[in-house]
Design a protein around this ligand. Structure first.
Ligand SMILES: Cc1cn([C@H]2C[C@H](O)[C@@H](COP(=O)(O)OP(=O)(O)OP(=O)(O)O)O2)c(=O)[nH]c1=O
Length: 201
């Protein structure tokens, strides 16, 4: 337990965006990226895919902290994918793949799924959930896509774009949770933390 008799909050993520979003809730927390594999062998629906990975990331960090028996942790794991025509688009491996992904997304609506898992190490209790947000992109010329890729922004992002950066100029509109598209469904995080006794408001 931390000083205020609250469990210590740990964000199981290497993502600077997730860290920023969680910090926006005014919480004190530490960051410990998970080293769990992000490969899902079986074919599963996107909502299952992102919840499996969010859970895997949180469990991996819970396991690595299990030696500190006196300390109680709330561990937060998350995973984001873009889904178009039933196909899961993760992060592009190279610029040509980013070009292909963005060409497919242009002028159409896709769904961004973000999974969330919070684990209370004191009890082993887990809460898992996800958010699905529909994002519609503007029509994009090949030249505009190339110029976007030249910013370097697409490479570490699901679907090869970041709505919070230059990618904002590619998006026409969305339906759902903006924060979940960036990588963390902040309202769902606050609901889960509250269920584990952390009141934010
Ligand atoms: C669609 C979209 C995705 N993304 C990002 C969120 C995620 O960081 C990334 C998807 O990869 P993830 O595998 O979900 O996360 P990560 O590898 O960056 O971090 P970690 O696994 O350690 O938590 O894409 C944006 O930043 N903006 C967007 O608009």
């Amino acid at each position: 337990m931390s000083k205020a008799n609250q469990p210590s909050i740990v964000l199981a993520s290497a993502s600077a965006r997730r860290k920023e979003l969680l910090a926006g809730l005014g919480l004190t927390f530490t960051v410990q990226p998970s080293v769990a594999s992000e490969v899902v062998e079986e074919r599963v629906a996107p909502e299952e895919f992102v919840t499996i990975l969010a859970q895997r990331k949180a469990r991996d960090v819970a396991f690595s902290l299990a030696d500190n028996e006196d300390e109680a942790y709330l561990i937060i794991g998350s995973d984001t994918v873009v889904v178009l025509d039933g196909e899961i688009l993760g992060k592009p491996e190279h610029e040509e793949e980013a070009f292909r992904m963005l060409s497919r997304l242009a002028g159409r609506t896709h769904t961004v799924y973000t999974g969330l898992c919070v684990i209370d190490t004191a009890t082993g209790r887990e809460k898992v959930g996800f958010r699905a947000t529909n994002v519609t992109m503007r029509e994009l010329t090949p030249d505009r896509i190339r110029r976007y890729i030249a910013t370097g922004e697409p490479m570490d992002k699901a679907g090869a774009y970041g709505i919070q950066g230059y990618g904002a100029t590619l998006v026409s509109h969305l339906e759902g949770d903006y924060f979940s598209v960036v990588g963390l469904p902040v309202a769902l995080v606050s609901d889960f933390l509250e269920e584990f006794g952390v009141k934010l408001l």
